[in-house]
Design a protein around this ligand. Structure first.
Ligand SMILES: *Cc1c(COP(=O)(O)O)cnc(C)c1O
Length: 415
């Protein structure tokens, strides 16, 4: 039996991060290796006890559940009180006010991505995605038969978007361009000016912008977080986000799909009708988790936020400094936000390593260290490291990578 669409299924060629990680885990040599496995590849910091959500959030969920008022279905677009709370939360950083009708509650940011793809798909459509990027976009686009075109992020310019690339890739069938800010996998944070240029470019090309702000406010460098929605009057924007990263609760599956579009392009009756119908298929996340959202968003636990940012900053510093001791790896841009960084691999300094995938599999086998090869996020011979790891494990990991390098370093020729 074939469950694909007339032989044009192209999902098979896409490696998901989870798929790659399970292959890497299998190659850890348990028998020869007494070292504990440490992963710098997972996007889930809850495995490290130092990354712990705030009691404000857990108490809000417990209270909602114990009230027994939220055991029924919610409207499929989300509970009205949840939509209002998200609208108010996002409006704090915007020059205009969002309404509850602009907000649709999703099962994490992952589902918000898939909703965007479903709503934008039509015959011949293409979408512009960043390289390196977040592979869920490629996978979701493939299921919707939306053609993917990649534009580069520029490592020497703080991973800014290559706007010339965007102009040359877009045509009348381009339905959107995707921006991830703060960035995964690069740890970039875009300036107001750069976001403005992106908005102007999108407007010129008559395409909308999907702003993945799942790491919104997780910034610890010199730049402030500016939401793309600030430029909603220049170009219509779909803002995607969730509680997962800032509140460190990825398992709660509470996200949002928001039309940040003060000019009202998404408020046309036909568009609204179509969006509503699509949400009827999805059904929405658990009602009691939705009911906890107002308490969580209205009582920002600043001590908790500060603690998380300090931890991330400390991890980035460890990472950045330790990497300087490993000649075959370099970091072109120190992360200013999110939880991930791209590191460049210099294969000419290594003796028996063919590429980034080979590097990661040998590293897993010999040192029980799991790192994601850059190929999995679109950049060959780079590495993606997640630094939302407790500082001791991170140091240990980087020490192991250093000894791996020393064992595989190309021997200098003697004359
Ligand atoms: C983690 C992540 C998501 C998915 O978020 P969930 O709320 O866990 O579904 C989406 N986009 C990016 C860039 C991410 O890093």
């Amino acid at each position: 039996m074939e469950i694909s669409n007339g032989g044009i299924d192209n999902t098979g060629s896409i490696i998901t991060i989870k798929g790659m990680l399970s292959l890497l885990m299998q190659s850890v040599d348990d028998e020869k290796n007494e070292k504990k496995v440490i992963s710098l590849a997972m996007g889930d910091p809850t495995v490290h006890s130092c990354f712990h959500t705030t009691h404000v959030a857990t108490e809000a969920v417990a209270e909602a559940l114990l009230s027994e008022k939220f055991n029924g279905y919610a409207p499929t677009a989300g509970l009205p009180l949840t939509r209002r709370a998200i609208a108010e939360y996002l409006s704090r950083d915007l020059p205009y006010k969002l309404t509850p009708n602009d907000v649709f509650v999703t099962s994490g940011c992952t589902q918000a991505i898939d909703v965007a793809m479903a709503l934008l798909s039509r015959p011949g459509a293409n979408i512009l995605l960043p390289r390196p990027g977040f592979p869920i976009y490629e996978l979701s686009a493939a299921f919707r038969h939306i053609e993917v075109r990649h534009f580069d992020l520029l490592p020497d310019k703080g991973w800014e978007v290559d706007l010339d690339d965007i102009e040359s890739l877009a045509d009348q069938n381009t339905v959107a361009l995707v921006i991830i800010n703060p960035g995964n996998p690069c740890g970039n944070v875009y300036s107001y000016q750069h976001l403005q240029k992106i908005a102007e470019t999108a407007n010129k090309l008559k395409t909308l912008v999907i702003a993945d702000e799942v790491y919104g406010h997780l910034v610890f460098g010199d730049k402030l977080f500016v939401p793309m929605g600030v430029f909603g009057s220049t170009v219509p924007i779909l803002t995607l986000g969730s509680l997962s990263k800032r509140w460190i609760v990825p398992g709660w599956r509470l996200g949002w799909f928001v039309t940040t579009d003060p000019c009202g392009m998404f408020r046309k009756p036909k568009v609204v009708e179509r969006m509503k119908k699509y949400f009827d298929i999805l059904g929405g996340p658990a009602t009691f988790i939705q009911a906890a959202v107002p308490s969580i968003l209205q009582q920002p636990d600043e001590v908790f936020f500060k603690k998380t940012l300090n931890l991330l900053k400390q991890s980035v510093d460890i990472c950045y400094n330790k990497i300087k001791e490993i000649p075959c790896i370099s970091c072109p841009h120190k992360p200013e936000g999110s939880m991930a960084v791209m590191l460049k691999l210099n294969l000419s300094l290594l003796d028996d390593i063919i590429d980034d995938i080979d590097f990661c599999f040998k590293l897993a086998k010999e040192e029980s260290v799991i790192i994601l090869p850059g190929t999995a996020v679109g950049l060959k011979n780079w590495l993606r490291v997640t630094f939302a790891v407790d500082p001791y494990s991170l140091e240990e990991c980087l020490d192991r990578i250093k000894s791996f390098y020393q064992r595989h370093a190309k021997q200098l020729q003697r004359y």
